[in-house]
Design a protein. Structure first.
Length: 365
């Protein structure tokens, strides 16, 4: 129930005017809650608050009409009150409700006197009119306070949002990956520094928010990209590899992820995240070349190296067929046979190990 300083000054002016019109030494504007009565402006007394139980005004807010007590000393509700029997010995009281737009009596404009008296019709009308002006001022003050509080909250939220966006933008722009946010028609909504730098170098054309990504792509890449972009607009997150500017300067392998951007269930656009995988592709190409070399080596080992050994083994078998006692006739025949067989076994083992190594290499990569 706080009021700003400008409203408080206006309320004090109304209190003075009320006392003057009604010709009473005391006039007050009060607000009443469940336990307390709070004095927001006053003339003739210097008091900040009072208990609701001890207030005269609690009887006023229990009715809708103006409450007038010409002689408090004979009124059953007031005659035993300490302010009537003792102290200032109040004899007259009149109070008009401060009624909000929704019909709640939140306080009073009241006048008091130490003498019994009556109010003229014009004084009663003035008291009611002034009470309505008071609640209008109060509600205006509370509305302005509410608006000011909302404005502060909006400014605080904006400040927090600006800081969050700054942090997000810093993270966004620090990424080496290319990030582009597209609308529903390949229109560019946002992008990071890496994406802008890539197209400035590769296509000699900087990205522009509001432009169209199709203006920056080769026809071959555009046709493939549209297929995945359409899948993302249909709600599917997809990924594919693109060999951009193939056989041209700044040729690059990009792995692009297409992610639908949603608000609740509505798809607003597609986020493209492109990672440069050129180094990985070169590594894979080197592995392929190595595998091809291993295959050629395996062929040489299995055919070229073993062929002479096979010829020797054939000649040994021919000698054994033509000679009745080759081991007796030729002193070194047995040794030659053993040596050739051992060599064949070694070559077969090398071929087998080469094939195993080749298969494992292909599987790993």
């Amino acid at each position: 129930m706080t009021l700003d300083d400008n409203i408080t000054k206006d309320l004090n002016d109304i209190v003075n005017l009320t006392a003057q019109i009604c010709e009473t030494p005391i006039a007050m504007i009060t607000l009443i809650d469940e336990d307390m009565q709070w004095f927001k402006a006053s003339k003739g007394v210097d008091i900040y608050c009072n208990t609701r139980e001890a207030s005269f005004c609690r009887f006023t807010i229990e009715q809708n009409e103006l409450l007038i007590i010409p002689n408090t000393s004979i009124d059953e509700r007031f005659k035993d009150h300490p302010f009537v029997k003792e102290g200032p010995q109040i004899r007259f009281y009149a109070g008009a409700n401060l009624t909000t737009r929704d019909g709640q009596h939140v306080g009073t404009l009241c006048i008091l006197d130490v003498k019994t008296r009556e109010l003229t019709d014009s004084q009663q009308i003035s008291l009611n009119v002034l009470s309505r002006q008071i609640i209008n001022l109060m509600e205006l003050s509370w509305s302005l306070q509410g608006l000011e509080e909302k404005h502060r909250e909006v400014l605080l939220q904006k400040e927090e949002t600006d800081v969050s966006q700054l942090y997000l933008r810093a993270i966004f722009d620090s990424s080496k990956d290319l990030f582009i946010l597209l609308g529903k028609h390949l229109n560019i909504l946002s992008f990071n520094k890496s994406a802008n730098l890539y197209y400035a170098v590769a296509a000699n054309k900087e990205l522009v928010a509001g432009g169209f990504l199709s203006d920056y792509l080769e026809p071959r890449i555009l046709r493939k990209l549209v297929k995945y972009y359409s899948a993302a607009l249909a709600g599917h997150a997809v990924r594919s590899e693109f060999h951009v500017r193939k056989d041209m300067p700044h040729a690059t392998w990009l792995e692009i992820t297409f992610t639908p951007v949603k608000n609740d269930n509505e798809i607003l656009g597609v986020a493209l995240n492109a990672a440069d995988i050129s180094t990985r592709k070169k590594h894979e190409e080197q592995i392929t070349l190595q595998n091809d070399a291993l295959q050629r080596i395996a062929i040489i080992q299995s055919h070229e190296l073993r062929r002479p050994v096979a010829s020797l083994m054939g000649m040994i078998e021919l000698i054994k067929l033509e000679q009745e006692h080759p081991y007796d006739d030729y002193a070194y025949f047995k040794m030659i046979e053993i040596t050739v067989n051992e060599l064949d076994t070694k070559i077969c083992g090398i071929v087998s190990e080469s094939e195993t190594t080749l298969n494992n290499t292909i599987t790993v990569y």
